[in-house]
Design a protein around this ligand. Sequence first.
Ligand code: PLP
Length: 473
Amino acid sequence: MQQVRTPFSKALDTAVRGALAYLDGLDTSPVGATAGLDDLRARLGKPLNDASINADDVIAQLLRDVDGGIVGSAGGRFFAWVIGGSLPAALAADWLTSAWDQNAALYACGPAAAVVEEVAGSWLKELLGLPASASFAFTTGCQMAHVTCLAAARHSLLTARGWKIEEDGLFGAPPVRVLTSDQRHGSVDRALRLLGLGTQQMRFVAVDEDGRMRIDALETALLDADSTPTILLLQAGDINTGTFDAFSEAIALARRYGAWTHVDGAFGLWAAASPRYRHLTDGVAGADSWSTDGHKWLNVPFDCGYAFIRDAESHRASMSHRAAYIAPDAQARDQIDWNPEWSRRARGFPTYAALRQLGRDGVAALVDACCDRAAELVRAIGELPGAEILRHPIIDQGLIRFRSPALGASDEDHDVWTDAVIAEIAATGATFFSGSTWRGRRVMRVSVVNWSTSSRDVRVAVDAIASVLRRRL
Ligand SMILES: *Cc1c(COP(=O)(O)O)cnc(C)c1O
């Protein structure tokens, strides 16, 4: 059979070869970047060409010029931040998403894209144990999911006080306060800034030993100015420790005081998909809105987040620019009514493919495996000389500190030492971790969110850390 050649074939063939070389090389290539900033600028910072270049040559040159500047975050020994890899079906569907190039704003622009999003949205609610009647949006990430959810919260709270936020804006509106804690993720602050609520509206509720919001302190905060429109922000999976708030109690309180509860569950909400870890999310379904990510624990390529909102009408009213109510059974789901964007990527395809590849059991197995590998990593690193376990993983995140061997070393010395060890571990190329500040001290985060991380990866990483500590001690 003769192969059809289109203007795309050569460039795409080159891209496939380059992609497979990267993916197949993940196990043997250095995990961190090996090219420096000057190096990358020198190679990539060409003068803008006047004449056109063959598409195929553009891709071939790009592959050469980025060499050493692509981090191995898609592989199994990358444990920094909270960065998932890509499931094979999700990546393939993501390529098709680009090839099809649908504008997923309206059903009319991409009927299959709209239906796939509708179906995947329902599957996600089912997996995460959220109300089937909740509305949803596929966003660029969890931060924009916060924006989407909190826009609905703002609408609901202010409408109840007779304020038409979409028409009159926030000038002169009743102030909205946000109850959160000093353990919140920074994306919350940015979402509040974008919505005009401002970070000054945050009130910090005390947390317990594990970083969980204290219920007595929450009640005191709610009692204080209980007529003020209030958003309560809870966490399913603290960024450093993976801690879950006490949802049942906190949400019951918030309801009593008419507050809107939003849950930041960027990665932790996925615990609900595992029978082993589901209990951590008990009561979470009682909240008013939930944000999570596809590009973290579900291992969908960047970028992909999800917003879920109990009150679909508030959600729609805050996002749609059209009639506030269109009979749902008379119309297809136009994504523009639920999303902050106008034109947008058909973000549903990779999620649909990821969920089909894994199935319900596969998602649970992915969550469990990451938690198991995180526990193995933290336990094994903790046994090395000079390493101290600060937090055993509750789910897939743990905290390690490296102690300086200097006589009479201070906390500051341990901070400097910890950062130096993290940098040296990265320099081995065998694995990659990131640092963080937790309770005022520098720590190394152990974060496992990749479907492909194996017990062998854990052993290789621990060996690399052991060799760094041997050298330094
Ligand atoms: C990553 C993360 C976010 C932000 O998510 P993005 O997808 O990067 O926008 C918010 N909260 C928590 C707990 C996170 O881990």
